[in-house]
Design a protein around this ligand. Structure first.
Ligand SMILES: NC(=O)c1ccc[n+]([C@@H]2O[C@H](COP(=O)([O-])OP(=O)(O)OC[C@H]3O[C@@H](n4cnc5c(N)ncnc54)[C@H](O)[C@@H]3O)[C@@H](O)[C@H]2O)c1
Length: 332
Protein backbone atom coordinates (compact mmCIF):
# COMPACT_ATOMS: atom_id res chain seq x y z
CA UNK A 1 0.00 0.00 0.00
CA UNK A 2 1.24 3.49 -0.86
CA UNK A 3 2.64 5.41 2.09
CA UNK A 4 0.71 8.67 2.42
CA UNK A 5 2.75 11.83 2.95
CA UNK A 6 1.08 14.18 5.39
CA UNK A 7 1.74 17.68 6.68
CA UNK A 8 0.73 19.08 10.07
CA UNK A 9 -0.56 22.62 10.58
CA UNK A 10 -0.55 23.65 14.25
CA UNK A 11 1.62 21.64 16.65
CA UNK A 12 -0.20 22.16 19.94
CA UNK A 13 -2.03 19.93 22.39
CA UNK A 14 -4.57 18.46 20.01
CA UNK A 15 -2.18 17.70 17.16
CA UNK A 16 -0.07 15.65 19.59
CA UNK A 17 -3.22 13.79 20.55
CA UNK A 18 -3.90 12.91 16.89
CA UNK A 19 -0.30 11.94 16.25
CA UNK A 20 -0.37 9.42 19.12
CA UNK A 21 -2.37 7.20 16.78
CA UNK A 22 -1.11 8.34 13.37
CA UNK A 23 2.57 7.79 14.14
CA UNK A 24 1.85 4.08 14.70
CA UNK A 25 0.35 3.65 11.19
CA UNK A 26 2.63 1.85 8.67
CA UNK A 27 0.98 3.55 5.71
CA UNK A 28 1.50 7.16 6.80
CA UNK A 29 4.62 9.31 6.85
CA UNK A 30 4.54 12.73 8.52
CA UNK A 31 6.87 14.67 6.22
CA UNK A 32 6.49 18.28 7.41
CA UNK A 33 5.14 20.29 10.32
CA UNK A 34 4.19 23.97 10.68
CA UNK A 35 3.76 26.26 13.68
CA UNK A 36 5.09 29.74 14.46
CA UNK A 37 6.38 28.41 17.80
CA UNK A 38 9.77 26.75 17.16
CA UNK A 39 9.71 24.70 20.38
CA UNK A 40 6.48 23.11 19.18
CA UNK A 41 7.72 22.22 15.66
CA UNK A 42 10.91 20.78 17.18
CA UNK A 43 8.93 18.66 19.61
CA UNK A 44 6.51 17.50 16.89
CA UNK A 45 9.37 16.56 14.55
CA UNK A 46 10.87 14.40 17.27
CA UNK A 47 7.49 12.87 18.03
CA UNK A 48 6.55 12.03 14.44
CA UNK A 49 9.88 11.70 12.61
CA UNK A 50 9.06 14.60 10.26
CA UNK A 51 12.18 16.11 8.69
CA UNK A 52 10.97 19.56 7.55
CA UNK A 53 9.46 22.40 9.57
CA UNK A 54 7.85 25.73 8.70
CA UNK A 55 6.61 28.77 10.59
CA UNK A 56 3.13 28.85 9.04
CA UNK A 57 0.71 27.00 6.80
CA UNK A 58 1.64 29.38 3.96
CA UNK A 59 5.31 28.37 4.10
CA UNK A 60 4.33 24.71 4.30
CA UNK A 61 2.08 24.92 1.23
CA UNK A 62 4.73 26.93 -0.69
CA UNK A 63 7.42 24.32 -0.08
CA UNK A 64 5.57 20.99 -0.12
CA UNK A 65 4.26 19.87 -3.51
CA UNK A 66 3.48 16.24 -2.82
CA UNK A 67 1.22 16.18 0.22
CA UNK A 68 -1.47 13.47 0.25
CA UNK A 69 -3.24 15.07 3.25
CA UNK A 70 -2.95 17.73 5.92
CA UNK A 71 -3.98 17.68 9.57
CA UNK A 72 -5.11 21.09 10.87
CA UNK A 73 -5.33 21.90 14.60
CA UNK A 74 -5.07 25.67 15.11
CA UNK A 75 -7.00 28.19 17.18
CA UNK A 76 -10.62 28.77 16.05
CA UNK A 77 -9.73 32.24 14.64
CA UNK A 78 -6.56 31.11 12.83
CA UNK A 79 -8.22 29.42 9.84
CA UNK A 80 -7.06 32.11 7.43
CA UNK A 81 -6.80 30.32 4.11
CA UNK A 82 -5.64 26.96 5.48
CA UNK A 83 -8.59 24.87 4.27
CA UNK A 84 -9.17 27.04 1.19
CA UNK A 85 -5.65 26.30 -0.09
CA UNK A 86 -6.06 22.58 0.61
CA UNK A 87 -9.30 22.56 -1.39
CA UNK A 88 -7.74 24.52 -4.26
CA UNK A 89 -4.91 21.98 -4.44
CA UNK A 90 -7.18 18.96 -3.94
CA UNK A 91 -5.51 17.93 -0.67
CA UNK A 92 -7.75 15.94 1.72
CA UNK A 93 -7.76 17.42 5.23
CA UNK A 94 -8.64 16.60 8.83
CA UNK A 95 -9.52 19.72 10.78
CA UNK A 96 -10.30 20.24 14.43
CA UNK A 97 -13.61 21.61 15.65
CA UNK A 98 -14.72 24.39 15.84
CA UNK A 99 -13.50 24.70 12.23
CA UNK A 100 -13.99 28.49 12.35
CA UNK A 101 -16.13 30.98 14.22
CA UNK A 102 -17.01 32.77 10.97
CA UNK A 103 -20.10 31.02 9.60
CA UNK A 104 -19.72 32.61 6.13
CA UNK A 105 -16.23 31.10 5.88
CA UNK A 106 -17.51 27.72 7.11
CA UNK A 107 -20.28 27.72 4.51
CA UNK A 108 -17.89 28.60 1.69
CA UNK A 109 -15.54 25.78 2.74
CA UNK A 110 -18.41 23.31 3.17
CA UNK A 111 -19.78 24.15 -0.29
CA UNK A 112 -16.35 23.93 -1.92
CA UNK A 113 -15.61 20.55 -0.29
CA UNK A 114 -18.96 19.21 -1.52
CA UNK A 115 -18.43 20.58 -5.04
CA UNK A 116 -14.97 19.02 -5.26
CA UNK A 117 -15.93 15.72 -3.57
CA UNK A 118 -12.85 16.10 -1.35
CA UNK A 119 -12.25 13.64 1.51
CA UNK A 120 -12.39 15.60 4.77
CA UNK A 121 -12.79 14.78 8.43
CA UNK A 122 -13.57 16.92 11.48
CA UNK A 123 -12.40 16.19 15.01
CA UNK A 124 -15.69 14.97 16.46
CA UNK A 125 -13.87 12.13 18.15
CA UNK A 126 -16.88 10.90 20.19
CA UNK A 127 -18.50 9.55 17.01
CA UNK A 128 -15.76 6.88 16.91
CA UNK A 129 -16.30 5.60 20.47
CA UNK A 130 -17.56 2.03 20.72
CA UNK A 131 -19.98 3.14 23.46
CA UNK A 132 -21.39 5.81 21.15
CA UNK A 133 -21.90 3.21 18.38
CA UNK A 134 -23.67 1.01 20.92
CA UNK A 135 -25.85 3.94 22.01
CA UNK A 136 -26.76 4.67 18.39
CA UNK A 137 -27.73 1.01 17.87
CA UNK A 138 -29.84 0.99 21.07
CA UNK A 139 -31.66 4.15 19.95
CA UNK A 140 -33.12 2.26 16.96
CA UNK A 141 -35.58 0.57 19.30
CA UNK A 142 -36.15 3.37 21.81
CA UNK A 143 -38.94 5.93 22.18
CA UNK A 144 -36.93 8.92 23.36
CA UNK A 145 -38.66 11.94 24.81
CA UNK A 146 -36.00 14.09 26.38
CA UNK A 147 -32.27 14.39 26.76
CA UNK A 148 -30.32 16.39 29.29
CA UNK A 149 -26.60 16.78 29.21
CA UNK A 150 -23.69 18.79 30.49
CA UNK A 151 -20.08 19.79 30.03
CA UNK A 152 -19.19 21.55 33.23
CA UNK A 153 -15.64 22.14 34.44
CA UNK A 154 -12.96 24.80 34.57
CA UNK A 155 -11.34 27.28 32.19
CA UNK A 156 -8.77 25.74 29.80
CA UNK A 157 -5.52 27.66 30.14
CA UNK A 158 -4.82 28.52 26.51
CA UNK A 159 -4.82 32.21 25.52
CA UNK A 160 -7.52 31.89 22.89
CA UNK A 161 -10.00 30.28 25.32
CA UNK A 162 -10.07 33.34 27.61
CA UNK A 163 -12.26 35.50 25.34
CA UNK A 164 -15.48 34.74 23.53
CA UNK A 165 -14.20 36.55 20.42
CA UNK A 166 -11.34 34.07 20.03
CA UNK A 167 -12.92 30.80 21.21
CA UNK A 168 -16.58 31.30 20.30
CA UNK A 169 -17.72 30.56 23.87
CA UNK A 170 -17.76 27.23 25.70
CA UNK A 171 -20.85 25.87 23.97
CA UNK A 172 -19.35 26.41 20.51
CA UNK A 173 -15.77 25.50 21.39
CA UNK A 174 -16.18 22.58 23.81
CA UNK A 175 -19.75 21.46 24.26
CA UNK A 176 -20.05 21.33 20.47
CA UNK A 177 -19.01 17.68 20.91
CA UNK A 178 -22.35 17.02 22.63
CA UNK A 179 -24.24 19.26 20.18
CA UNK A 180 -22.77 17.07 17.44
CA UNK A 181 -23.74 13.86 19.24
CA UNK A 182 -27.33 15.13 19.55
CA UNK A 183 -27.40 15.52 15.75
CA UNK A 184 -25.70 12.13 15.28
CA UNK A 185 -28.37 10.49 17.44
CA UNK A 186 -31.53 12.49 16.70
CA UNK A 187 -31.08 14.20 13.32
CA UNK A 188 -31.54 17.88 12.56
CA UNK A 189 -32.88 20.47 15.00
CA UNK A 190 -35.58 22.97 14.15
CA UNK A 191 -35.11 25.48 16.97
CA UNK A 192 -32.85 26.48 19.83
CA UNK A 193 -33.21 28.81 22.80
CA UNK A 194 -30.17 29.53 24.96
CA UNK A 195 -29.30 31.76 27.87
CA UNK A 196 -26.08 32.42 29.73
CA UNK A 197 -24.54 34.04 32.80
CA UNK A 198 -21.31 35.64 34.00
CA UNK A 199 -19.76 37.04 37.17
CA UNK A 200 -18.57 33.91 39.02
CA UNK A 201 -15.13 33.64 37.42
CA UNK A 202 -12.85 36.49 38.48
CA UNK A 203 -10.57 37.49 35.57
CA UNK A 204 -7.73 38.16 38.03
CA UNK A 205 -7.61 34.42 38.83
CA UNK A 206 -5.51 33.87 35.70
CA UNK A 207 -1.91 34.86 34.94
CA UNK A 208 -1.72 38.35 33.44
CA UNK A 209 0.24 36.90 30.51
CA UNK A 210 -3.15 35.63 29.26
CA UNK A 211 -5.81 37.88 27.68
CA UNK A 212 -8.40 39.16 30.17
CA UNK A 213 -11.10 36.49 30.70
CA UNK A 214 -14.40 37.71 29.25
CA UNK A 215 -16.38 34.67 28.15
CA UNK A 216 -19.63 33.28 29.58
CA UNK A 217 -19.25 31.38 32.87
CA UNK A 218 -22.19 29.16 32.01
CA UNK A 219 -25.02 28.68 29.56
CA UNK A 220 -27.94 26.38 28.96
CA UNK A 221 -29.49 25.63 25.59
CA UNK A 222 -32.74 23.87 24.70
CA UNK A 223 -32.87 22.26 21.28
CA UNK A 224 -35.99 20.88 19.62
CA UNK A 225 -35.42 18.26 16.94
CA UNK A 226 -37.53 17.53 13.88
CA UNK A 227 -37.86 13.99 15.29
CA UNK A 228 -39.74 15.45 18.30
CA UNK A 229 -36.91 14.97 20.81
CA UNK A 230 -36.19 17.91 23.12
CA UNK A 231 -32.69 18.25 24.55
CA UNK A 232 -31.09 20.53 27.08
CA UNK A 233 -27.34 21.05 27.20
CA UNK A 234 -25.60 22.88 30.02
CA UNK A 235 -22.10 24.30 29.67
CA UNK A 236 -20.09 25.70 32.57
CA UNK A 237 -16.45 26.67 33.07
CA UNK A 238 -16.78 28.26 36.53
CA UNK A 239 -16.32 25.13 38.61
CA UNK A 240 -13.15 24.64 40.62
CA UNK A 241 -11.20 21.38 40.32
CA UNK A 242 -12.61 18.43 42.26
CA UNK A 243 -16.09 19.90 42.53
CA UNK A 244 -17.62 18.26 39.48
CA UNK A 245 -20.30 15.75 38.58
CA UNK A 246 -19.73 13.45 35.58
CA UNK A 247 -20.51 15.09 32.23
CA UNK A 248 -22.25 13.57 29.21
CA UNK A 249 -25.79 12.89 28.05
CA UNK A 250 -28.81 11.34 29.76
CA UNK A 251 -31.15 9.99 27.10
CA UNK A 252 -34.56 9.31 28.57
CA UNK A 253 -36.84 6.83 26.80
CA UNK A 254 -40.21 5.42 27.79
CA UNK A 255 -39.04 1.87 28.50
CA UNK A 256 -35.25 2.28 28.42
CA UNK A 257 -32.82 5.09 29.20
CA UNK A 258 -29.11 5.54 28.51
CA UNK A 259 -26.59 7.55 30.48
CA UNK A 260 -23.47 8.38 28.42
CA UNK A 261 -20.63 9.48 30.69
CA UNK A 262 -18.27 11.49 28.55
CA UNK A 263 -15.67 9.27 26.82
CA UNK A 264 -15.91 6.77 29.65
CA UNK A 265 -18.95 4.48 29.80
CA UNK A 266 -22.65 4.06 29.15
CA UNK A 267 -25.30 2.70 31.49
CA UNK A 268 -28.36 1.18 29.81
CA UNK A 269 -31.32 1.03 32.18
CA UNK A 270 -34.73 -0.60 31.99
CA UNK A 271 -37.30 -1.34 34.72
CA UNK A 272 -35.66 -4.65 35.59
CA UNK A 273 -32.11 -4.41 34.31
CA UNK A 274 -29.08 -2.16 34.37
CA UNK A 275 -25.94 -2.75 32.30
CA UNK A 276 -22.74 -0.70 32.45
CA UNK A 277 -20.43 -0.83 29.44
CA UNK A 278 -16.98 0.77 29.61
CA UNK A 279 -15.26 2.35 26.64
CA UNK A 280 -12.95 -0.30 25.16
CA UNK A 281 -11.61 1.16 21.90
CA UNK A 282 -9.03 3.76 20.90
CA UNK A 283 -11.46 6.15 19.28
CA UNK A 284 -8.83 8.72 18.33
CA UNK A 285 -6.80 6.16 16.38
CA UNK A 286 -9.99 4.85 14.72
CA UNK A 287 -10.91 8.42 13.81
CA UNK A 288 -7.61 8.84 11.94
CA UNK A 289 -7.81 5.33 10.49
CA UNK A 290 -11.17 6.12 8.88
CA UNK A 291 -9.75 9.31 7.32
CA UNK A 292 -6.58 7.63 6.02
CA UNK A 293 -8.53 4.64 4.65
CA UNK A 294 -10.91 7.02 2.86
CA UNK A 295 -7.95 8.69 1.14
CA UNK A 296 -6.52 5.33 0.03
CA UNK A 297 -9.83 4.04 -1.29
CA UNK A 298 -11.42 7.28 -2.44
CA UNK A 299 -14.52 6.12 -0.57
CA UNK A 300 -15.36 8.66 2.18
CA UNK A 301 -18.24 6.72 3.77
CA UNK A 302 -16.24 5.47 6.77
CA UNK A 303 -15.59 9.07 7.83
CA UNK A 304 -18.31 9.78 10.38
CA UNK A 305 -17.89 13.54 10.40
CA UNK A 306 -16.98 15.00 7.00
CA UNK A 307 -16.74 18.80 6.86
CA UNK A 308 -20.20 19.46 5.35
CA UNK A 309 -21.91 17.39 8.07
CA UNK A 310 -19.77 18.89 10.85
CA UNK A 311 -20.63 22.35 9.58
CA UNK A 312 -24.28 21.66 10.49
CA UNK A 313 -23.20 21.07 14.11
CA UNK A 314 -21.22 24.31 14.01
CA UNK A 315 -24.24 26.20 12.65
CA UNK A 316 -26.39 24.77 15.45
CA UNK A 317 -23.91 25.89 18.13
CA UNK A 318 -23.74 29.30 16.46
CA UNK A 319 -27.55 29.50 16.51
CA UNK A 320 -27.40 28.88 20.29
CA UNK A 321 -24.89 31.75 20.59
CA UNK A 322 -27.22 34.00 18.60
CA UNK A 323 -30.06 33.07 20.92
CA UNK A 324 -27.93 33.99 23.96
CA UNK A 325 -27.23 37.38 22.37
CA UNK A 326 -30.77 38.17 21.24
CA UNK A 327 -32.81 36.49 23.97
CA UNK A 328 -34.96 34.96 21.23
CA UNK A 329 -35.72 31.46 20.03
CA UNK A 330 -33.76 30.83 16.82
CA UNK A 331 -35.68 28.86 14.17
CA UNK A 332 -33.43 26.88 11.86
N1 LIG B 1 -11.45 17.17 19.44
C1 LIG B 1 -11.13 17.45 20.68
O1 LIG B 1 -11.47 16.72 21.61
C2 LIG B 1 -10.31 18.69 20.96
C3 LIG B 1 -9.67 18.85 22.20
C4 LIG B 1 -8.88 20.00 22.38
C5 LIG B 1 -8.79 20.96 21.39
N2 LIG B 1 -9.46 20.78 20.22
C6 LIG B 1 -9.43 21.79 19.15
O2 LIG B 1 -8.16 21.75 18.49
C7 LIG B 1 -7.80 23.07 18.04
C8 LIG B 1 -6.42 23.39 18.60
O3 LIG B 1 -6.48 23.32 20.02
P1 LIG B 1 -5.15 23.09 20.88
O4 LIG B 1 -5.60 22.81 22.26
O5 LIG B 1 -4.24 22.14 20.20
O6 LIG B 1 -4.56 24.58 20.81
P2 LIG B 1 -3.05 25.04 20.99
O7 LIG B 1 -3.09 26.50 21.28
O8 LIG B 1 -2.34 24.12 21.94
O9 LIG B 1 -2.40 24.77 19.54
C9 LIG B 1 -2.71 25.50 18.39
C10 LIG B 1 -1.41 25.72 17.62
O10 LIG B 1 -1.68 26.22 16.30
C11 LIG B 1 -0.60 27.06 15.95
N3 LIG B 1 -0.95 27.88 14.78
C12 LIG B 1 -1.81 28.94 14.73
N4 LIG B 1 -1.88 29.43 13.47
C13 LIG B 1 -1.08 28.65 12.70
C14 LIG B 1 -0.73 28.66 11.32
N5 LIG B 1 -1.25 29.56 10.46
N6 LIG B 1 0.15 27.73 10.86
C15 LIG B 1 0.68 26.84 11.70
N7 LIG B 1 0.39 26.77 13.03
C16 LIG B 1 -0.47 27.67 13.52
C17 LIG B 1 -0.35 27.86 17.24
O11 LIG B 1 0.92 28.48 17.25
C18 LIG B 1 -0.47 26.75 18.29
O12 LIG B 1 0.78 26.15 18.59
C19 LIG B 1 -8.90 24.01 18.55
O13 LIG B 1 -9.81 24.25 17.51
C20 LIG B 1 -9.57 23.22 19.65
O14 LIG B 1 -10.94 23.53 19.80
C21 LIG B 1 -10.19 19.67 19.99
Amino acid sequence: MKKLKIGLIGCGYMMKNHMNGVRTFDDVEVVAVADPRPERTKDMMEFTGATRSYTSHKELYENEDNLDAVYIAVEPTAHNGIEETAIQRGIPFMVEKPMTIDMAQGKAISDAVTAKGLVTSVGFQDRYLDIVSRTKAELEGMDVGMVYGSWIGGVPQVWWWMQKSTCGGQLLEQNIHLVDLLRYFFGEADSVYATCGRGLVNPSEFPDTLPKYDTDDFSTATFTFKSGVVANLMSGCFVQAGNQFPNGLNIIGRKQSICYTLRNNIVIKTADNQVKIDKANNNQAEHSRAFIDAIHSGDPTAVRSPYPDAFKSLLLADAANRSMESGSVIRL
